[in-house]
Design a protein around this ligand. Sequence first.
Ligand code: AMP
Ligand code: MG
Length: 397
Amino acid sequence: MISPEEALRQVLAHTPRLEAVEAPVPEALGAVLAEPVASDMDLPPFNKSAMDGYAARAADLTHLPTELAVTENVPAGAVPTRPVEPGACARIMTGAPVPQGADTVVMVEDTEPAGDGRVRILRAGPAGRNVCVRGEDVRRGETVLEAGHRVRPAEAGLLASVGRERVRVFRRPRAAVLATGDELVPVSATPGPGQIRNANAWSLAACCRRAGIPRDDLGVARDTESDLHARLADGLSRDILLVSGGVSVGVWDLVPKVFEDLGVHVRFATVRQKPGKPTVFATHERGIVFGLPGNPVSTLVSFRLYVEAAIRTMMGDPAPVTPTVAATLAEGVFVRGKRRRYLPATLRREGDEWTVRPVPTHGSADLVAFCRADALAPLAPGEHAAGESVEAVPMER
Ligand code: AMP
Ligand code: MG
């Protein structure tokens, strides 16, 4: 039995980064850049107005109010036809090029019409106000994004701005989800005596979708060596095989033996934590395998703690582990046994600090309680007083 830290360390150490592929930028959302990206132009590409108003010469605006002749109208997308001479200005829209001669834009709210093609300037800023200078964000040829940077909506916009339709990113892993257990029936069925619905097939499918990776459903393996063997062998062709159930020490728990038969290197099989003790991590030539405990809450906890980090590692993320949140424990808790508890909890901002409050639960099968949680509170065995500091593991809200 190893500690959760050691388990995470093993996952990070033995999970390969996948190869780089080229993808259209909109499809690269969530992926990590495998190449640095340089700009093909200055940004902004021209001196640009940040406001609707009047492009003027700051030297004309030292004594206010003053009147200027409006010599031109420059909407966005237009090009000014003449420079702004002393005593004159150009009507200008946000995003339009600032004409030669002008060095400031007075926003329309600080002006009023003066009739006869003139405008009265009531208030104005110094030279440079409301003018975005060509190249101030980035120069042509300069790197705007380094390799290892994750593509979020902002990056998608920046890639568009520098003319990139496609980009090289690390490939997303394809997962396979295999549920195991003689007791499992499909969601559409009414469970008979001793049977339960296959909750994990759906929760793990949802986990994969949230992580932004494709997944194949390998159905349910019955608790026989032959069925497990066939379906696991199929699953090993995917980058990540997620096996639910069958990994604890029961009569029907045959998965570890089958892994061995298939040439899969089991790196660890038990972690000193609750829930999630029987979590298996294994590697083979083409990918990695997680054996997740069958209890629905345990599966989700192990996914959050280990599988997420593995997925991000495969996707080339240089920081694959989501940071914990320093929080204060809201109430006293006694943790029995020798394993670290990961209590389902709520994480809330209360006053100046984050407070983590355990959610009452009946245990590792209690999905009802788990749905009320948005964090895990890791607590060592022993007594914990209210007010203690805890590194909460945030989950999706
Ligand atoms: P196991 O890890 O196979 O020993 O299963 C532990 C517990 O989780 C048992 O109560 C199982 O019935 C339950 N379980 C296993 N697989 C699933 C599943 N796919 N969906 C819901 N519960 C499951
Ligand atoms: Mg089972």
